[in-house]
Ligand binder design. Structure first.
Ligand code: F6R
Length: 236
């Protein structure tokens, strides 16, 4: 595991964007796993800038997102599909049909989860997976549990996650209670993992994830078993 301490959020975003850009330059048809949340926003802005300067070409890239709220359609401003369109996809030359986000409004959510895993497999797996970490140690929406779940699945969000994510909604009661998330199989199957972590309040959970026991109670601790993880963090 490689950890890089950035001096600022701006620097964290630049470093993370450089890692993703290097992946795409080396393999233009890369499958990139993407995350939402506030931490990657700066990374996405840097990637969009690189693309508009002609330094980076997303035309052969495929993206697969980690998760989506159940019940929010792609047009809902707080859906992760809408977040991705706004913060990245509309600002780069990726082909919209090559951007995948779980459909949280699917009639049959279990079938949607199975189809999502089949899609990732058919793409040959993820080349580089971008992750954030929740204050409870979640990655994607894999919340603390008594076991790790391999497949894409529906999860009930923890109170701390609802509380943390309520900043994007009018009130905590508007935050969906469940979500679809990629499971640990697809995440751990990614050839490379890049985790971005920002803020003093993430310091303790990051320490537990990287140095504590490997346990589903701290889902991100599973990353200790992955051979190629880079963590970029800033205290800003
Ligand atoms: C979102 C996701 C989550 C976030 C995590 C941290 O797609 O996968 O695991 O990465 O909740 O969110 P922020 O960056 O807002 O602190």
């Amino acid at each position: 595991m490689k950890t890089i301490k950035a001096q600022s959020y701006k620097e964290l975003s630049r470093i993370a964007a450089d890692v993703i850009a290097a992946q795409i330059l080396g393999k233009p048809d890369s499958v990139i796993g993407l995350a939402t949340g506030s931490t990657p926003i700066g990374t996405y802005a840097e990637l969009a800038d690189k693309c508009s300067r002609g330094e980076l070409d997303f035309s052969k890239v495929t993206t697969v997102n980690l998760d989506e709220y159940v019940g929010l359609g792609g047009e809902h401003p707080q859906s992760y599909r809408c977040f991705m369109n706004r913060n990245l996809f509309e600002r780069i030359n990726v082909r919209p049909e090559c951007t995948f986000v779980p459909n949280g409004c699917a009639e049959d959510l279990a079938a949607e989860c199975r189809a999502y895993d089949a899609r990732i497999e058919q793409l040959g797996g993820v080349d580089l997976q971008l992750l954030g970490i929740g204050i409870d140690g979640h990655i994607g929406f894999n919340e603390p549990d008594d076991h790790f779940t391999r497949e894409t699945h529906e999860v009930t969000l923890d109170e701390s996650t609802i509380e943390a994510n309520s900043r994007f909604f009018a009130s905590p009661s508007d935050v969906p209670r469940t979500a679809l998330t990629m499971g640990m199989g697809a995440i751990m199957g990614a050839r490379r993992i890049l985790m971005v972590v920002n803020g003093k309040n993430k310091e303790e959970i990051l320490r537990r994830a990287l140095q504590g026991p490997i346990t589903p109670r701290v889902p991100a601790s599973i990353l200790q078993l992955h051979p190629d993880v880079t963590v970029v963090y800033s205290e800003e």
